[in-house]
Ligand binder design. Sequence first.
Ligand code: IPE
Ligand code: IPE
Ligand code: MG
Length: 254
Amino acid sequence: MIWTKSKPSQNAPATDPQAAPPAHVAIIMDGNGRWAKSRGLPRTAGHKKGADSLRTVLNACRSAGVRYLTIYAFSAENWKRPTDEVSDLMQLLQHYLHKELDEMHKNKVRLRFIGDISKLNSKIVESINEATQLTAGHTDFNFTVALSYGSRQEMVRAVQSLAKKVEAGEIKAGDIDEDMINNALDTNGLPEPDLLIRTGGEQRLSNFLLWQSAYTEFYFTPVLWPDFGTEHFTSALQEFAKRERRYGTTGEQT
Ligand code: IPE
Ligand code: IPE
Ligand code: MG
């Protein structure tokens, strides 16, 4: 089972220069539309600028020793947006993948996708499969893109897959435990996020990693995603280093 909880050694105080970074950072990249609107630009301009922030944060993660980055790129609910915006977002995503794939491969980044990809168009599915296969052997850094992703929908798929095994007589209902559920989720093989950052000022999860973030530290910032840079990311890591993760125990026990 690869699914692991963070080690208590990651709870070192901020004053400790050796404080371990979070192993896994998850980001809800929000605020692109407002960033564009405040400049009198179309929403897509915000999404384009947001792609630059992503590049910056990926590099910042690698420099800081973060091993896993998971980003919320497009939610299951985002399909409800105007068709033009959805198609612009999909084009941008395809373009980003195409442009960044070689560099990621060279840098030994393993790319994964979570979410219901059956809803995406065949060209994007092709790019996703290519990127996943090309980088499958890498272990230096793990970059996961949540696309057409909703945590509740992911859980429904997981429950259905376990129920099928019960129906087929492969397992008994009473055998189902946390590990089995973890393994049935799209995030199978990824550790739990240690730190979840949401930009753009909202303080909610919007259906992102509900099961997986049971003991994740949350960091909400009003900074809009296209404005989010290395200095903001560093502030989030500094805040994380101050948190005491107790997992239900007393402060004395940790
Ligand atoms: C996040 O920015 C990107 C996606 C959801 C795809 P938004 O597009 O939600 O930007 P705001 O929240 O409207 O400013
Ligand atoms: C969450 O942002 C989804 C992504 C960042 C991809 P939204 O902008 O869609 O979330 P709500 O609608 O404000 O909750
Ligand atoms: Mg938003």
